[in-house]
Unconditional design. Structure first.
Length: 328
């Protein structure tokens, strides 16, 4: 009897230590500015999903953005652009097309306070907008906390859809699974499915990774789960193969990593065509967001230009999906 109690105590202790260690891992992951890193057994990983600001600098000679200088120019009362890292190439290209080059200042690692282009990520951008530090931000839909912060400050926000994007789930390229149903993914994250063999994969634990609270991808994930409680098997972190999530172009264009692949949902791949025609299950708008009480008359002009064929072409030329097909 004593031996059984001792064994039980050891098992409980191990589980407790695993849970604490898992929590620590999650804390470290969620507090990295660069995004999500998941290291699993066998040295497989869902790699660092990060963006290098220098790669997509406005006006940069070696920048990866695509833009054409527009006849429409804003040279006075220039709105400060800000937003999510996943949409940084879009608003960098927008600034390059219609802003004077002298309005953007980059200090080597980040934009300076004087710069009319910033990149504070989703959480920082929403706060900067409400606080009046940024004039217009480019983001996915806000979290409940971000909306509550605006309400606390008595700030009303205007959301203008300017393009389409897909919320995608990603796994290691060596994972044999190619497709999951929406219901299967919800069961994975709610702890009802713990092994890849239950969804047609190998006999291995699932490491279901999440992102930083308040980020655009985490907000999209929580909306996807629709308040269903998430539960994670801690053994999956040590012995399993991962699944994570992000936005399509962030994975496919910005961070391109040969060790990661996007899976289809309900048999439908997250292609540009399937996003635009609405057949991919998790397609959604991304927005230009500004304060309704803003006195800057150039904000409306800027948004109107983004919605014009010229502005929509910049969205498409930088890897995202315009609201409508753009003529070549």
């Amino acid at each position: 009897m004593k031996k059984n109690i001792a064994v039980l105590f050891i098992i409980i202790s191990i589980l407790g230590m695993a849970s604490l260690l898992y929590s620590g891992i999650q804390f470290n992951i969620s507090h990295r500015n660069s995004g999500m890193i998941a290291v699993v057994a066998g040295s497989n990983e869902i790699s660092n999903l990060s963006i290098n600001l220098k790669d997509y600098l406005p006006f940069g000679r070696n920048s990866k953005i695509n833009y054409t200088k527009s006849d429409f120019q804003i040279e006075k009362n220039i709105p400060v652009l800000d937003g999510a890292s996943a949409l940084y190439p879009v608003f960098s290209a927008i600034a390059s097309a219609i802003y004077p080059e002298c309005s953007v200042y980059f200090g080597g690692e980040n934009f300076t306070k004087e710069s009319k282009v910033q990149m504070r990520n989703t959480r920082g951008a929403y706060q900067a907008l409400v606080d009046g530090v940024s004039d217009i931000i480019f983001c996915a839909a806000p979290s409940k906390e971000q909306l509550s912060y605006a309400e606390e400050k008595n700030v009303e926000l205007e959301f203008v859809p300017i393009g389409l994007e897909a919320f995608v789930f990603i796994i290691n390229v060596n994972n044999t699974v190619e497709d999951l149903s929406v219901e299967q993914i919800k069961k994975i994250y709610s702890g009802k499915i713990l092994n890849w063999k239950e969804v047609g994969g190998s006999n291995s634990f699932i490491a279901a990774w999440q992102r930083k609270l308040g980020s655009g991808s985490q907000t999209a994930f929580l909306n996807f789960m629709n308040e269903e409680k998430t539960r994670t098997n801690p053994f999956g972190i040590f012995f399993g193969n991962p699944i994570g999530y992000s936005f399509r172009y962030y994975v496919e264009g910005i961070t391109r990593n040969e060790n990661v692949k996007m899976i289809s949902l309900n048999g439908i791949a997250p292609t540009k065509e399937n996003i635009q025609n609405g057949t991919y299950p998790l397609s959604s708008y991304f927005f230009a967001v500004y304060r309704k009480d803003s006195k800057n008359e150039n904000l409306k002009k800027l948004v109107d230009w983004i919605l014009s064929p010229e502005g929509q072409k910049i969205i498409e030329d930088n890897g995202y999906v315009p609201l409508k097909k753009v003529s070549k």
